[in-house]
Ligand binder design. Structure first.
Ligand code: C2E
Ligand code: MG
Ligand code: MG
Ligand code: MG
Length: 288
């Protein structure tokens, strides 16, 4: 019976592996033409200041409006884009489009753009960013580039000097998904980031888990001491938001505040998707 079961499992497993490989090939083929066919869109998710509740900026998040598959999120095509090198062309489009959208927004919002390690490795990156800033005439300090520590891990020297050159353009650099990789503290010493984005993994249970509270509090104080700002990612409920304010995190982002939206849905400052803040509940969580 065990043997039969094993064979059944195998029989069920093989076609699905095959399907995954076939799907990946289809995505790869479709992805080659997606830009030219105008199927890519940027969505923007607001980031609020936890003192005022006002929107300070937006993170640009890539979406693929696929004619048959619907709206596809980056998790389902970025690795194909990376493996095929299509990420470079795609990433250049993201930079130009995000800055063009930013200057058309009804406010001087900061615009945060994600960069993959392959993009940072590309020798044209600095020129692409410089040209996009020039073409849109955006104040460079409104532009924030988000990288993960993989960028500094893969190619320490190249990554570091590229980031320094980007910084000379006047743009800000944020360390994304902080706390998920390896030996994160070393990277904070090696590069003067403007901002740390605290990974959603610590935020998910921050309202109930003392360990996560201690970590968020420590990251926040460390960032303070290093002259960096903090943004918490993935806020989904009010208890998380109130606790993060209490722990001294400066900015917050997440579905509680807003989903990523199309640029035409963004209102002027004050009418954009801000959030009502009241005094933090003194009963919430321990003092750090
Ligand atoms: P990320 O930079 O950490 O972006 C945040 C992700 O969390 C986004 O997923 C966002 O939709 C999602 N998110 C926001 N609030 C919440 C929440 O409250 N709960 C939960 N569960 N999730 C939330 P998305 O758009 O699917 O992007 C995934 C990742 O893909 C991004 O992670 C980023 O690393 C990458 N990415 C997105 N757009 C681009 C792009 O234009 N270029 C590059 N190179 N990478 C991109
Ligand atoms: Mg997602
Ligand atoms: Mg990001
Ligand atoms: Mg992140």
């Amino acid at each position: 019976a065990a043997k039969e079961k094993g064979r059944d499992n195998l029989a069920m497993f093989e076609p699905s592996l095959d399907r995954i490989a076939r799907q990946r090939r289809e995505i790869e083929n479709d992805l080659r033409d997606a830009l030219a066919r105008g199927q890519m869109r940027m969505h923007y998710q607001s980031i609020i200041d936890l003192d005022t509740g006002r929107t300070t900026g937006f993170e640009a998040l890539l979406r693929w409006y696929h004619p048959h598959r619907g709206v596809i999120e980056p998790g389902d095509f970025l690795s194909v884009a990376e493996d095929t090198g299509l990420i470079v062309q795609l990433g250049e489009w993201v930079i130009r489009q995000s800055l063009a959208d930013a200057v058309a927004m009804p406010g001087d919002f900061r615009i945060a753009i994600n960069l993959s390690p392959t993009q940072v490795k590309n020798p044209n990156l600095v020129a692409t960013v410089a040209q996009a800033i020039h073409a849109t005439n955006i104040e460079p300090e409104r532009v924030e580039l988000e990288i993960t520590e993989h960028v500094l891990m893969d190619q320490d020297e190249v990554g570091h000097s590229t980031l320094m050159r980007l910084r000379e353009l006047g743009v800000r650099i944020a360390l994304d998904d902080f706390g998920t990789g390896y030996s994160s503290l070393g990277y904070l010493r090696r590069f003067p980031f403007d901002r740390i984005k605290i990974d959603r993994g610590f935020i998910a249970d921050v309202a109930s888990d003392l360990g996560s509270q201690a970590i968020v509090s420590t990251i926040t104080r460390l960032a303070d001491a290093l002259g960096m700002d903090t943004t918490a990612e993935g806020i989904e409920d009010r208890a998380q938001l109130d606790l993060l304010r209490k722990l001294g995190v400066q900015e917050a982002q997440g579905f509680l505040i807003s989903q990523p939206v199309l640029p035409e849905e963004i209102g002027p400052p004050g009418e954009e998707c801000g959030i009502e803040l009241h005094a933090p509940d003194p009963e919430l969580g321990p003092e750090f």
